[in-house]
Design a protein around this ligand. Structure first.
Ligand code: ATP
Ligand code: FE
Length: 333
């Protein structure tokens, strides 16, 4: 079974080819245009998708050594994401499926982030607990099978990625600040400054308090010493990162304990964070967990994870028709 998958939910245009459950190509074109604005500009993202999509699909097919006529299905990200961005990939996939007379598969982007774990070994066994930490979402999900998932906790305000990006912005770091903050944190002292760990009932998360605390703290310190950020940047980064990690681990620990799950998976772009990866490994040793983190290229937005999800949906006979529409707020369950 040969599937072409398209991902265009935010600011990365990606196409992947999967043959019999094996990834043959996963091509990603990242949009640089947003950096100068300090965030993704939706209209510019849609236009860049239009420019990138055909070359990216051609590259994915070529790299896989596949022609369009070899395809058994065309998959695309239906949502959640930016409507304009989703529409570009969705219309392309629908048109291609129609022209080739092949089935169409509509994929949920957050499900795809989780099923990225099945692209390469080691793969978790069902059921497992997944912490998805990305630019727009923070979710704790019990994954019973590829198609049966339940969100047991999620953020009530900012996502973990946003917590990195927004606090990093306050420190003057370029967008997206997450990777810069990670790098600087490695040279800093995580215990130097104490910020509040967001506490929520159940397994939910909150990060807006941290953002406000950092804002007021910096205002106060900068009023006395205008070089405060410059002089303390690594310690500030390490302390903020430590707080975000503690906020995540606190709920993860509770959920794993209550659900009786010992296989713990990390998904989404924030899974690239070196501090979080280390903290999770340490926690795994202490708790007797088995931890799964996908390769970096399958953590951030990529069509490989969409192809993997489509593979499971194909096997289950879960196809879409030409009436399917992009849904910016598509729910996981
Ligand atoms: P969603 O899937 O919720 O729609 P998204 O796909 O845009 O969001 P991802 O691409 O999964 O999000 O992740 C991007 C986020 O990951 C950004 O907020 C970025 O700052 C963050 N990020 C990437 N690398 C790191 C890192 N090393 N440390 C911390 N954050 C990071
Ligand atoms: Fe994503």
């Amino acid at each position: 079974m040969t599937i072409l998958a398209i991902e265009s939910s935010c600011d990365d245009t990606s196409a992947a080819v999967m043959v019999g459950g094996e990834i043959r190509s996963n091509v990603v074109a990242t949009q640089q245009v947003h950096e100068q604005y300090g965030g993704v500009v939706p209209e510019l993202a849609s236009r860049a998708h239009q420019q990138h999509l055909i070359p990216v699909v051609d590259a994915a097919l070529q790299k896989a050594g596949i022609s369009k006529n070899d395809l058994d299905a065309v998959a695309f990200t239906q949502g959640p994401g930016l409507l304009g961005s989703l529409l570009v990939g969705g219309m392309f996939a629908k048109t291609l499926a129609l022209a080739l007379g092949k089935p169409l598969i509509a994929v949920n982007h957050m499900r795809a982030h989780i099923l990225a774990h099945f692209i390469e070994a080691p793969r978790p066994a069902f059921p497992f607990l997944c912490l998805t930490v990305s630019g727009g979402h923070t979710q704790l999900v019990v994954v019973r099978s590829a198609l049966d998932m339940e969100i047991i906790g999620q953020t009530t305000d900012d996502a973990a990625g946003e917590a990195f990006d927004k606090t990093g912005k306050l420190l003057g770091l370029p967008y997206p600040a997450g990777p810069h903050l990670d790098k600087l944190a490695r040279q800093g002292n995580p215990k130097r400054f104490a910020f509040p760990v967001g506490t929520m009932p159940g397994y939910d998360f909150s990060f807006s308090g941290l953002k406000t605390a950092v804002l007021y703290f910096l205002k106060k310190e900068m009023a006395q010493n205008s070089d405060f950020i410059q002089e303390n940047l690594p310690d500030l980064c390490a302390s903020i990162q430590h707080t975000i990690i503690q906020t995540l681990l606190r709920q993860l620990r509770r959920a794993a304990h209550d659900q009786g799950l010992t296989q713990v998976a990390l998904a989404g772009g924030v899974a690239a964070n070196s501090g979080l990866r280390q903290a999770l490994q340490d926690e795994a040793e202490a708790q007797g967990w088995q931890v799964f983190i996908p390769a970096f290229q399958f953590c951030t937005d990529n069509a490989g994870m969409v192809a993997m999800t489509a593979h499971f949906q194909y096997q289950a006979g879960d196809f879409a028709n030409q009436l399917v529409s992009s849904d910016p707020r598509l729910k996981l369950t």
